[in-house]
Design a protein around this ligand. Structure first.
Ligand SMILES: Nc1ncnc2c1ncn2[C@@H]1O[C@H](COP(=O)(O)OP(=O)(O)OP(=O)(O)O)[C@@H](O)[C@H]1O
Length: 211
């Protein structure tokens, strides 16, 4: 369980592409221990807002600031404290599952109580350990992205469309990870499927920031 206290504040934050504002005037603070859903229809800007929050995309207006254990940290360092599963973040197709897990956890520690064998058991994909990821189905890849994000010991967990390509068993499996691995973290989920986010403490509607 991660015990670091992270706070992310958006101050009059907006992002545009060319002349179109995707969102503007966002005033919001995200805190450890809560789960936030970013909601809106397809193409409304959920992924864009997630990327602005994690600093991988700059804001066109306003600012995003971060504090960890009450110390301000610069935007360029936030990725060290972040685990993310998103459709636009790819796995390394040439690796086997085993190699992918080793590679991922060179950069991020495991959550206490988790190790490689436990993680592979949790993934529940029998006989996939030495299979190359390029031979995984889309649902298997999605499970792998999720388990890598959930099991890394970071205060910030971001999930964009977490159940894309998952079947109903996969959705149940996702919900079991949520119950087990969210405590104390700051979790932000981009979604328009209630089963992906209905346990969140707060909902943000991107359409509220379109003016
Ligand atoms: N690099 C870019 N250049 C120009 N426009 C972009 C760029 N990235 C995203 N957009 C536009 O920004 C808008 C928001 O896209 P975004 O992917 O954030 O929406 P979303 O709510 O996550 O959508 P979905 O639910 O379909 O995943 C869309 O109109 C998209 O075309």
């Amino acid at each position: 369980m991660n015990h670091e206290l992270l706070s992310i504040s958006l101050d009059n934050t907006g992002r545009r592409f060319n002349r179109d504002w995707i969102f503007r005037g966002v005033e919001y603070t995200f805190n450890s221990g809560s789960c936030y859903a970013i909601l809106g229809p397809n193409g409304s800007g959920k992924s864009t807002l997630l990327q602005v929050i994690n600093g991988s995309l700059g804001a066109s207006a306003g600012k995003v600031s971060y504090s960890l254990n009450n110390l301000i940290i610069p935007q360029e360092n936030i990725f060290q404290h972040l685990s993310i599963a998103a459709p636009y973040l790819e796995l390394i197709e040439e690796f086997t599952l085993s190699e992918m897990v080793d590679f991922h956890f060179k950069f991020k520690p495991y959550l206490p109580g988790i190790d490689k064998n436990i993680l592979i058991d949790l993934l529940n994909l029998p006989s996939a350990e030495h299979k190359q990821i390029k031979y995984f189905s889309s649902g298997m890849k999605q499970r792998l992205k999720l388990i890598l994000a959930f099991c890394a010991d970071t205060p910030l967990l971001m999930l964009d469309e977490p159940c894309s390509n998952l079947d109903s068993q996969g959705v149940e499996w996702y919900r079991s990870l949520v119950e087990r691995f969210l405590a104390n973290r700051l979790t932000i989920i981009g979604s328009n499927q209630p089963y992906e986010y209905d346990f969140c403490n707060y909902n943000l509607y991107i359409t509220d920031y379109k003016k």
